[in-house]
Design a protein around this ligand. Structure first.
Ligand code: FE2
Length: 134
């Protein structure tokens, strides 16, 4: 069974948290977890799919020799200290892979081959939050 992770971000430190089993908590009637980071409640991130201006955020999946490459944006996203892509993730069937980035890296990641099932790509910008390819 494919599960879609849910991501949260701490408004204090900017760190992201991944809920691997959304909907599993039987103690809460809410569909979101109550999670805090050093006493600050984290915020659930919504999946954004369309850019407001120059398409710098929507991840693009390309099949390449030996796997797939995910690029962030049709116009490459900045990778400066104050504004960069924190990580790129790929979900294919029951597999979820994450590649962490840092300022100065290219806004892209390479992953091993995925089965020809639905592949979903996620990326998280430290300023503009969570984006998906669909
Ligand atoms: Fe951004």
């Amino acid at each position: 069974m494919e599960k879609n992770p849910v991501f949260y971000k701490c408004p204090g430190c900017g760190g992201t948290i991944m809920e691997m089993d959304p909907g599993m908590c039987l103690l809460s009637s809410e569909d979101t977890l109550s999670v805090s980071c050093a006493g600050t409640e984290v915020e659930k991130l919504s999946e954004q799919t369309a850019d407001f201006a120059t398409e710098k955020h929507v991840p693009i999946i390309e099949k390449v020799e030996g796997g797939i490459r995910v690029k962030v944006g049709s116009t490459p996203h900045p990778m400066a200290d104050e504004h960069y892509i924190m990580w790129i993730a790929v979900q294919a069937g029951a597999d979820l892979m994450i590649h962490y980035l840092k300022p100065g890296d290219a806004p892209e990641a390479f992953f091993p081959p995925c089965p020809d099932t639905d592949v979903k790509a996620y990326e998280c910008c430290n300023v503009h939050n969570l984006w998906v390819n669909r």
